[in-house]
Design a protein around this ligand. Structure first.
Ligand code: GDP
Ligand code: IMO
Ligand code: MG
Length: 434
């Protein structure tokens, strides 16, 4: 096995950063494929914490090739800041960084529009609860064939023309949404700032697809790092409460520009419970005291926006859908420790809707919101032992819990994570082996 995709199996924040960091040890190349700086991936190594937004989470391992795929939407200023932060910490010194020339650029007007839309619809069903990082407007421009690509940053005349043409169409929308149309001087500053950022990034810009393909041909181990999660997928998630990219494993092929036959394994990451940040249906959400207890125990506050995450029981019907959509060959189950000392644990094993039993969430978002979860109760467990190396070290009730999840979800366990640190992990299978 030389190519492994790591994908979020829920609504994001499952612990992809930790798992990618762990698996990166075995990889020569780590390719971030989806989204942009809406992502926040947390790595904890020996108590030191790093949150990556754009840079692949393999960054902690010196000497790895780190690639940003063409399917990403990149804020060049955020990327430069993140690179500088990493370098201050002694990271990215020996890593080769390659940013796809075809990736799209997030410009200030994308963020402006994202924020204006959210403000206008605040408190209504139309508010998506986005991260306000300009993701939707940048992908809209891409699909509308009006987008600005990283390669355009290297040609200021073309960049200026693209930005002006876009704003020509967008200015009435900015006014309609209650915003202030940018002045000509402001627009020129956006253009020159972006071009300057492009100049700084130029040595790292290149043909990501061919770069990844060359590594595939050379049979180098490659890890593809997803962002967000299957239920936030633009096509298959809880639309319209989704992000604007292809978050499922297929997104790795689309973004990196490789064929599906080159993917050998797909590891889906799921928490031992569920969280969601932003709006949208969440059938197993726990309101009130218990939800708050879980939020505090799990530190469930956004790594990008700091927003409190909505918390609920694990939804196996949704997880089953993620396993199917991404063709998962293994599961990494994280945050098992958070359920310690919580009493009995519940898991949604399916739904009831209009008298019918469902084993996956219904297609329509309104139906998902109406669907009644069917819960199975598991006896809880107390504190997990400090040094947990194998499933046998877990209390029997916790072991039964994780094994039942894997069985009902339909994919074998590749690892169980019992704390945020790299070493708080029970490794069960090497996704690069076999
Ligand atoms: P990502 O977006 O999928 O990379 O996940 P985030 O970094 O946004 O959120 C996951 C959070 O859970 C981070 O704060 C991680 O440090 C933390 N985390 C990951 N695995 C575990 C675990 O097994 N136990 C605990 N307690 N925390 C974990
Ligand atoms: P990682 O990679 C959790 C959610 C937002 C919102 C919706 C659309 O850290 O798991 P967007 O800004 O993308 O237009 O917002 O998607 N969202 C995430 N939720 N984790 C993420 O990333 C997310 N990225 C976007 O909260 O509901
Ligand atoms: Mg996150």
């Amino acid at each position: 096995m030389s190519t492994v995709v790591v994908v979020g199996a829920q609504w994001g924040d499952e612990g992809k950063g930790k798992v990618v960091d762990l698996f990166s040890e075995r990889a020569d190349m780590v390719v971030r494929y989806g989204g942009g700086a809406n992502a926040g991936h947390t790595l904890v190594i020996g108590g030191t914490k790093l949150v990556t937004h754009l840079v692949p989470s393999g960054v902690m391992h010196p000497g790895k090739s780190c690639v940003l795929g063409d399917g990403m939407v990149i804020d060049p200023h955020t990327l430069l800041e993140e690179i500088a932060d990493c370098q201050k910490q002694g990271l990215l010194q020996r890593n080769e960084l390659l940013i796809g020339l075809g990736a799209h650029v997030i410009l200030p007007y994308h963020k402006l529009l994202d924020g204006l839309r959210e403000d206008r619809h605040a408190g209504t069903a139309q508010a998506i609860g986005t991260t306000r990082r300009g993701i939707g407007p940048a992908y809209e421009a891409k699909a509308g064939r009006r987008g600005v690509k990283m390669r355009d940053l290297l040609r200021i005349e073309r960049l200026r023309e693209l930005v002006r043409n876009n704003l020509d169409e967008l200015n009435p929308l900015i006014t309609h949404l209650g915003g202030t149309v940018p002045s000509a001087a402001e627009v020129e500053k956006w253009v020159s700032d972006a071009a300057r950022a492009g100049e700084k990034l130029a040595p790292s810009l290149g043909d990501a697809s061919r770069h990844v393909y060359a590594a595939i041909v050379a049979k180098k181990p490659i890890l593809f790092e997803g962002a967000q999660g299957c239920l936030l997928d633009l096509d298959h998630g809880t639309y319209p409460y989704v992000t604007s990219s292809s978050t499922i494993a297929a997104g790795a092929c689309q973004s990196a520009g490789i064929g599906p036959t080159h993917i050998n394994a797909v590891i889906g990451i799921t928490k031992a419970y569920a969280t969601r940040v932003g709006s949208g249906p969440f059938p197993t959400e726990m309101h009130g005291e218990f939800g708050e207890r879980l939020r505090q125990a799990g530190g469930e506050f956004g790594a990008t926006t700091g927003r409190p995450r909505r918390c609920g029981w694990l939804d196996l019907a949704a997880l089953r859908m993620g396993v199917r959509l991404s063709g998962m060959t293994g599961l990494a189950l994280t945050k098992l420790d958070v359920l310690s000392n919580m009493g009995d644990v519940q898991v949604c094993v399916g739904y009831k809707l209009d008298g019918k039993a469902l084993d996956e969430p219904p297609i329509d978002g309104e139906d998902i919101a109406r669907a009644e979860p069917i819960f199975q109760t598991f006896p809880g467990w107390g504190e997990l032992p400090r040094a947990t190396q194998s499933l046998d070290d877990l209390p029997k009730t916790a072991r039964d819990y994780v094994q039942t999840i894997a069985k009902l979800a339909g994919a074998p366990l590749a690892l169980v994570s019992v704390g945020p640190d790299r070493n708080q992990t029970i490794k069960l299978a090497d996704p690069f082996a076999g």
